[in-house]
Ligand binder design. Sequence first.
Ligand code: AHR
Length: 324
Amino acid sequence: MNIITKLAVAASLATALTSVSIAQDNLNDLVVGFSQIGSESGWRAAETSVTRQEAEARGIDLKFADAQQKQENQIKAIRGFIAQGVDAILVAPVVATGWDDVLTEAKEAEIPVILLDRGVDAPEDLYLTSVASDQVKEGRVAGEWLVAEVGEEECKVVELQGTVGSTPAINRKKGFEEAIAGHDNITIARSQTGDFTRAKGKEVMEGFIKAENGGADICAVYAHNDDMAVGAIQAIKDAGLKPGTDIKVVSIDAVPDIFAAMVAGEANATVELTPNMAGPAFDALSAYLADGTEPEKFIITESKLYTPDDNPQAEYDTRKGLGY
Ligand code: AHR
């Protein structure tokens, strides 16, 4: 590269860096409301911590509202943010339906809304963007892992679903069913909600074990999140069986506790869901406020499969301080 080219590259890099920092500076002192679902899982706790950190790093004044799992509380919080005249709103919608009115109110008040980690059944023009994983893919990745793992063996699966009516529960079920379709040796024998919590996951798994010959007839548990899987692992142990061996355990999130279970040989696979939805959300907001750049309507995060072959101890160590 000659000196002229080098200078040109340096100049364009400098311009690019300047415009990035100008774009990010435009969030300084902005007031952003965040309607969070609650704290049902380790993943959710991490998302809350990371959102606070991402906001602080950009000088954003984040107004946090915990909805304690209730949509009515989320709607109330969003109306409160609108009344305060915040600059933008983040919302992790607990369920998919029932958002049209409040999102229309935000739109009429010209407050951009960004959805985090779950989707809504509402017209797309009511929100700026949605930052989430491809939840059908997550279920598919989990199901494909099981298909490869059991081969031709007969395998009765019990499924712990997430919160009824939430997009991850709907889509993770769909993706898993797609993956096992055509593999007649794999059947979902029982399926019930564990509401994404550890306690409910344990309770529902205890019922499954009782109903399935003390667990002897269960080949695998598929949990829509790791917390329910951790609850199920406890139920399997309490029944005198070995999780990970007598009953395979596959779930979604990749929280530290599932890696600890993998290290102990008690969990077999998890699909990663990053807790950093806020970073891409704030970047999109920054560009939009800078010059009206419309972000992609759906910003999709990665869905990587982890198994005991992926050094679970190292994964545990990397994640354990991150607010899970
Ligand atoms: O919407 C994301 C899901 O919600 C996470 O997988 C789960 O742990 C959380 O409660």
